[in-house]
Design a protein around this ligand. Sequence first.
Ligand SMILES: Nc1ncnc2c1ncn2[C@@H]1O[C@H](COP(=O)(O)OP(=O)(O)OP(=O)(O)O)[C@@H](O)[C@H]1O
Ligand SMILES: [Mg+2]
Length: 273
Amino acid sequence: MLSNESIVFSAKNVSKTFGAGKNQVTAVNDVSFDIYDGEIISIVGGSGCGKSVLAKIMLGLYPASKGVFLYNGRKISNLKRHWGEVQSVFQDPFSCFNQFFTIRSQLEDAFNIFKKKPSKEEIKRRVDEGLLAVNVTPKDIEGKYSFELSGGQMQRMLLARIFALRPKVLIADEPTSMVDACVRANILDYLMKLKKELHMTIVFVTHDIGLANYVSDRIFIMHEGKIVNAGTPEEVLDKTEEAHTLKLLDDIPEVHKEEWIKNSHRAKNKKVS
Ligand SMILES: Nc1ncnc2c1ncn2[C@@H]1O[C@H](COP(=O)(O)OP(=O)(O)OP(=O)(O)O)[C@@H](O)[C@H]1O
Ligand SMILES: [Mg+2]
């Protein structure tokens, strides 16, 4: 049984609304969950269902309008301290890098987030390690600016930053959206490597239930601001009577779906026997 100390994020009846009166939008609607240390959680759902808003609550960018949201048992109050431990990779990698500075200098400057900064040599070493972890030779980006790299390469730079900074928690919002299938598989493998080697807790936001099935310990299915289905990939895939999960499953190629459902049954049967 997992103990309270290992709860990283805890949401109790959390809602987030924007605007007022007739124009009010409820982006997140009364969600409750716990996320445990070292888990990979995927938040899956269609466009506009509240995934990114929930991710931003975790990052401390939005306070909850209602309910209680805790990180390590406490409300998020000091953002600088929070971002020293909880880092993000967002949809558009170009918005995260300034085109007037070299990528290397920005990877090194990212360490300014820490109250106690490592030495210059240590920072250089960790940036090199981060680049190598995503299969980029440090020499290849020497003197380069973000506009000189492709979208896929930039997404790798964001992940290199995460490998270098080694935050306790990573919020990855559609980090695979700009890349082709081969690079996408690599990025998913990097996420699993982060969990395995650095014991990172990862919240992975995606439209794609197939990707979620591949990487996650647990999946939360969201629809219109609510979590409508949650559990291990086997549990979520087996609860095919849940309408929104079914819809997401319908959107993936038949051949993959059969394979996943077959595998999930196999996993379930194994547990039972
Ligand atoms: N700052 C904001 N002000 C007003 N409404 C907002 C704001 N941010 C998000 N919303 C609204 O909240 C709802 C959820 O948005 P959110 O960005 O979380 O969707 P999403 O699930 O991430 O969608 P996508 O998959 O397209 O990225 C949407 O209706 C959106 O228009
Ligand atoms: Mg989004």
